[in-house]
Design a protein around this ligand. Structure first.
Ligand SMILES: N[C@@H](CCC(=O)N[C@@H](CS)C(=O)NCC(=O)O)C(=O)O
Length: 240
């Protein structure tokens, strides 16, 4: 399928579509093309959950493939970096199917495809900041999760709750727009929601602090978003 587009800016925004002639006729391939998405991850929320939330927000169908730990060793070498999540994308008009690895790359790709990455350049970089801060905040959580020595575990948890976490939550409190993180729902909201889920797992009362009332309101609003509300009601119940 082809389509005529009018400005250079639009060409740049139309991600992943084959541009035939960027300078003159600006005919692009693949507009309106139906893509097929398969997301592979373990049967937990983990790193895949913000990706699943993007599909929910965009109301785009995908296969939510859940790999068992028993099957994983046989599948590992077929993935780009021996890790999950992996997103496979194919479509009639794509030159070749894509096999994508790295959570944040997948998140950014889908957010761009679905128009959930912010409207302006300033909004896009704010979304990026949230995505990167989330990565930093997941690392200590993973460490806490895997640490068997209780003293070491408490040490990491204490440092996390006294330093990185308050900074992150204060930044959010100061930067939330009236309804969402930006003036429209975006990848940032999905990522923040999953971060709060993780925080609540280890520090169940942390967000109850008086100064975080704005964040609690935001969380309830996000949970009430019709597409998120539906996803939360149908998603498989898993340990984390
Ligand atoms: N930087 C990667 C890390 C991915 C990662 O650590 N995946 C874990 C699951 S959360 C995994 O695949 N573990 C199994 C293995 O390494 O064999 C990303 O963000 O996607």
């Amino acid at each position: 399928m082809t389509a005529e587009i009018s400005t250079r800016q639009e060409v740049l925004l139309l991600s992943d579509r084959e541009v035939k002639d960027k300078t003159s006729s600006k005919t692009i391939m693949g507009v309106g093309e139906k893509k097929t998405y398969t997301l592979s991850y373990f049967n937990v929320r983990g790193r895949a959950e913000p990706i699943r939330m993007l599909f929910a927000l965009a109301e785009v169908d995908y296969t939510d493939k859940r790999i068992s730990h028993v099957d994983w060793p046989a599948l590992k070498s077929a993935t780009p970096f021996g890790q999950l999540p992996v997103l496979e994308v194919s479509g009639d008009n794509m030159k070749a199917p894509l096999t994508l690895s790295q959570t944040n790359s997948i998140l950014r790709y889908l957010a761009r495809e679905f128009g959930l990455d912010g409207r302006t350049s300033s909004d896009k970089v704010k979304v990026d900041m949230i995505v990167e801060t989330m990565r930093d905040s997941i690392n200590p959580i993973t460490e806490i999760f895997n640490e068997t020595d209780e003293n070491k575990r408490n040490e990491v948890l204490f440092k996390y709750s006294e330093d990185l976490l308050p900074r992150f939550l204060n930044y959010l409190t100061e930067n939330l727009s009236s309804e969402w993180f930006l003036d429209q729902v975006s990848l940032a909201d999905a990522v923040i929601y999953v971060a709060f889920d993780n925080i609540s797992m280890f520090l169940p009362d942390f967000l109850d602090r008086k100064s975080y009332w704005k964040l609690r309101e935001w969380r309830s609003r996000f949970e009430s978003h019709p597409k998120i509300c539906e996803w939360l009601s149908i998603r498989p119940t898993t340990a984390y």
